[in-house]
Design a protein around this ligand. Sequence first.
Ligand code: HEC
Ligand code: HEC
Length: 202
Amino acid sequence: MMKLKTKRAAGCFACLMIATGIAASLVSANAAAQAALSADDGLRAFETVRSVLQHPRCRNCHVPGDAPLQGDDSVPHDQGIVRGADGHGAPANECSSCHLDRNLPLSYGPQAPPGSPDWHLPPPALKMVFYGLTPRELCVSIKDPRLTRGRNLAAMMAHIRDNRQVAWGWAPGGLRKAPPATRAQTVAAFKTWMNAGAPCPQ
Ligand code: HEC
Ligand code: HEC
């Protein structure tokens, strides 16, 4: 009886040593991956992320003003559309009166309203601005949880990877252009930037 207990205890101890060893080598592998990335690698990766966030397909909703923008030159939205109290537009002139949960086929014309589920702007109290910022301002703001609804960088990365509104940017309907990097490239660049310590340009 006594012998068995000792044996079990010894077994567990060995398990623990192995598990600790694995954990330690994972930590050091991760640290090595991070150490291998220079600040320049991080800055290059951030530039890819920036070129997407500030592309018209993304920036036209991430605006400092109180109305969405439209088109590649980001002009004010036609029809005097406003952000409204919660980002869904003015009463009786809501985004959903024109924007459906999907794009219309091209047979409706290249300027038919694009669509995705729950099309709207961020609320006025937390505008999540990408438009009109310098690269440094954009970088600093997406690292500031007061401006991101408390999302940290990993959560921002997950939003870009998983969110359906973000998906629309790469399938925008009509003759609209998609951002310069693919969605997978953008997520990969975001991870590289994070692993390089999320440096911001000067
Ligand atoms: C009266 C109809 C109407 C309403 C209401 C409306 N839109 Fe639009 N919106 C359009 C049309 C039509 C287009 C396409 C214009 C074009 O391509 O020339 C458009 C385009 C846009 C674009 C540009 C997409 C791009 O990348 O070029 C954004 C952003 C946008 N709308 C946001 C909104 C938001 C947010 C609301 C609500 C606050 C809203 N719209 C309300 C009709 C409307
Ligand atoms: C139709 C308007 C619209 C378009 C177009 C749009 N977004 Fe957004 N975006 C929003 C809204 C609304 C939120 C806030 C939603 C939330 O917090 O859940 C948001 C939130 C975000 C956030 C989280 C921001 C933060 O500060 O936490 C990121 C990142 C983001 N969008 C990236 C993108 C990217 C990348 C694109 C283009 C590929 C894009 N968005 C296009 C409306 C839009």
